[in-house]
Design a binder for this molecule. Structure first.
Ligand code: SF4
Ligand code: FES
Length: 241
């Protein structure tokens, strides 16, 4: 089978603008888009740059736009395409470092702001923690996030407002706030009660649409909004008593 890989190229050290370059790629085997990119790099152009690590849809590093769809290159099989033309672009709204490599710093910076780790009272228990299955069900989809950045990159709010933490970070915060082991104080997570936090979301649901792991970040943002309002009301009543 012969494919035309139309790949966006850009080297900020020598190119004025990004451009598309075509590569003819032939294979008789079942290959993923990532494997094809590796073959093209190894056999046709060793300067082609892209990021990957696990090759098993776990690390999130090979996210890109493939024929207009946000996806992981390592889990996208060539045989699923009806056309032999495969257009590959880097994630939008993030600075291109080279070709398909983008600067993920804004995404990880937002993630670090929500302190994405369990915060307990008095340190970790040596006996471990038991969690009811029904409690886990509430956070399970958010645990599946592999931090690929697709939702952040597709989000129209994150693209226009640098204050906005973005869908993945806010959904991740909800995952910890709902985790029965996490005891972070209200003063910690209520910091997202802002335009740069949960109220910045335009509820366009693009994040839900593009996530390759079926996480629904917008649901987490909505749930955080509700929880913030409920907590605020509870606090007002407690104060008045
Ligand atoms: Fe990627 Fe989905 Fe996590 Fe967003 S929520 S970073 S799209 S895995
Ligand atoms: Fe890890 Fe694709 S290489 S998700």
């Amino acid at each position: 089978m012969e494919y035309i890989f139309r790949i966006m190229r850009y080297d900020p050290l020598k190119d004025m603008y990004p451009f598309f370059q075509d590569f003819i790629y032939q294979t008789q085997e079942k290959k993923s888009v990532l494997e094809a990119l590796m073959d093209i790099r190894n056999e046709q152009d060793c300067t082609l740059s892209f990021r990957y690590s696990c090759r098993e849809a776990i690390c999130g590093s090979c996210a890109m736009v493939i024929n207009g769809k946000f996806d992981l290159a390592c889990r996208t099989e060539l045989e699923m395409f009806e056309s032999s033309l495969i257009v590959i672009e880097p994630l939008p709204n993030l600075e291109i470092q080279k070709d398909l490599l983008v600067d993920m710093e804004p995404f990880f910076e937002a993630m670090s702001k929500i302190e994405p780790y369990i915060q307990t009272e008095g340190g970790l228990s040596e006996e471990g923690y038991r969690i009811e299955e029904k409690e886990m069900e509430k956070i399970f989809q958010y645990i599946n996030c592999i931090m690929c950045g697709c939702c952040y990159s597709a989000c129209p709010v994150a693209s226009r407002d640098e204050r906005y933490l973005g869908p993945a970070a806010l959904a991740k915060l909800y995952r910890f706030v709902k985790d029965p082991r996490d005891k972070r104080p209200f003063s910690n997570w209520s910091r997202v009660n802002t335009e740069g936090g949960v109220w910045g979301c335009d509820t366009i649901f693009k994040c839900n649409e593009v996530c390759p792991k079926n996480v629904r970040p917008a649901d987490g943002i909505e749930a955080l909004r509700r929880k913030l309002v409920v907590e605020k009301v509870k606090r007002i009543f407690r104060f008045k008593r």
